[in-house]
Design a protein around this ligand. Structure first.
Ligand code: SIN
Length: 483
């Protein structure tokens, strides 16, 4: 059971039109570290999901016509409440998701930062005037909220992925319906409780928790009253959802899978690269879309980097996220852990060597010891697929052109990282990598002020930053004649 300072944050019904909505059936939410049931959450149906869409539609006229300052004041309050309850929200998150409490509290601050950011950014939704082709006309551009927004969010960041989308949508004047992952609904429902306390009006922010992913997904992608759909998750699921959105030509933004290269050049600061690779790879036990997936090391520093990195990885402590010395929690499910192990086994069969991570573990199946693989090649399954687990495959390379080609040899294009000191190389590699985000001598690129998003099959649209509002706004052109 969860012992919270504020027990009202533990909500188990969907949140629709400012009320808690119970359904006939329920879903068990379990702690991935122990397998224990934490709560049972009402399991909403697709038909009930339509109530949330109707509520969001009804709330739109009033919310969209509030002044930016009025919306900002309410969002600011939401941000403050999230930070004031950071400890409770962090505990809920660790218990349902598994990440170490320090990371979970970090995620609450990360999520809250998007609300703070967009509360302010909403005041800067500027239009434009354009010189007209004749003197009796004026061309004016204004920006307006797209309307009702629907979202499907993942289990790996149960708070921040909702906050990043909802804050932008609400700041733009849209209303919002989100289906959080059924593994981690409690963080979403706690956000709804705080949204209500912050004064977000009924119908503006709705959370629907339901196990019928297909049926609810169809409502959220095909309902004619929804103007825009946003998704964070795998590329495979994203493609299906985009196709569904085509039936009503919705505006779509997608934050999909990645296959991040992490490149260490001969001129890199190796100790900094080791630290960068460690945080970039092992954050959330490797379960993020921007986690390093392939480590490319130039041959001149291969030995030094591999030795130092392997030593650092071997020191990471695996355990229950609630234990203060845990660096790596459980994976989200046994299936997730077994998929990762399968990739490792395939790599070993194809000639890779395991440098650390094979020590016997007294942890149950869902925990994986962090692994480092060497002698990996860029065509092995582990280098082609998103690993989503604590495994670092190391691939050796000779020169810049070769490594840029290898790094780009994937259908994904979310985040990439490289460590180098030569300024010419820094520019060449930054421009040559086909990715939406590049960490240069940095292992973590995510923050509210920066545009998060990918190219190629990693998605479209940007979240966070001033660009993050664009996906929630329509451009309207006013042509004033007869002047
Ligand atoms: C993700 O894994 O989808 C998000 C990671 C981040 O925001 O840094």
């Amino acid at each position: 059971m969860i012992a919270l300072e504020d027990s009202e944050l533990l909500r188990t019904f969907s949140y629709i039109n400012g009320s808690w909505h119970s359904s006939e059936k329920d879903i068990a939410v379990t702690n991935p570290a122990t397998g224990e049931e934490i709560a049972r959450v009402s399991d909403i149906t697709p038909a009930e999901t339509e109530l949330a869409v109707a509520a969001a539609k009804a709330a739109l006229p009033e919310w969209s016509t509030k002044s930016a300052n009025e919306r900002a004041a309410i969002l600011r309050k939401w941000f403050e409440l999230m930070m004031a309850n950071q400890m409770d929200l962090g505990q809920i998150l660790t218990l349902e998701q598994g990440k170490p409490l320090v990371e979970a509290k970090g995620e609450i601050a990360y999520g809250a930062a998007f609300i703070e950011w967009f509360a302010e950014e909403g005041k800067r939704i500027y239009g434009d005037t354009i010189p007209a082709p004749s003197k009796d006309k004026k061309i004016i551009v204004i920006k307006q909220p797209v309307g009702v927004v629907s979202a499907i969010t993942p289990w790996n960041f149960p708070n921040a992925m909702i906050a990043r989308k909802a804050a932008a949508a609400l700041a733009a004047g849209c209303t919002f319906v989100v289906r959080p992952a059924t593994q981690t609904p409690l963080s979403a429902l706690a956000m709804a409780e705080l949204a209500e306390r912050a004064g977000i009006p009924a119908g503006v922010f709705n959370v629907v928790v339901g196990s019928d992913a297909q049926g609810i997904g169809e409502v959220l992608t095909q309902h004619p009253d929804i103007a825009k759909f946003t998704f964070t998750g795998s590329t495979g699921v994203g493609k299906r959802l985009i196709a569904q959105c085509a039936t009503t030509v919705k505006k779509v933004s997608m934050e999909l899978g990645g296959n991040a290269p992490f490149i260490v050049f001969d001129d890199a600061d190796i100790d900094a690269a080791v630290q960068g690779a460690l945080v970039s790879k092992y954050r959330n036990a490797g379960q993020t879309c921007v986690c390093t997936n392939r480590i490319f090391v130039q041959k001149g520093v291969l030995k030094e980097f591999t030795e130092k990195f392997t030593k650092a990885v071997a020191n990471l402590k695996v355990g229950n996220g609630m234990d203060s010395d845990t660096d790596i929690g459980p994976l989200i499910s046994e299936k997730a852990a077994s998929d990762v192990k399968q990739l490792v086994v395939q790599s070993l069969e194809q000639g890779a060597s395991l440098l650390t991570g094979n020590t016997p573990s007294d942890h149950p199946e869902q925990f994986l010891n962090p692994m480092v693989l060497t002698d990996v090649t860029n065509d092995m399954p582990i280098a082609r697929n998103e690993i989503f687990g604590p495994v670092s495959p190391i691939i050796a390379f000779d020169d810049e052109q070769q490594v840029i080609a290898m790094a780009n040899d994937t259908e994904f294009g979310l985040a990439a990282y490289f460590y180098a000191r030569d300024i010419g190389r820094v520019w060449r590699v930054s421009e040559g990598l086909e990715y939406g985000m590049i960490g240069i001598n940095e292992g973590i690129v995510s923050n509210a002020a920066a545009p998060f998003g990918g190219v190629k099959q990693s998605g479209n649209g940007r979240e966070g930053s001033r660009y993050g509002l664009d996906d929630y706004l329509e451009i309207k052109y006013l042509c004033m004649g007869g002047l």
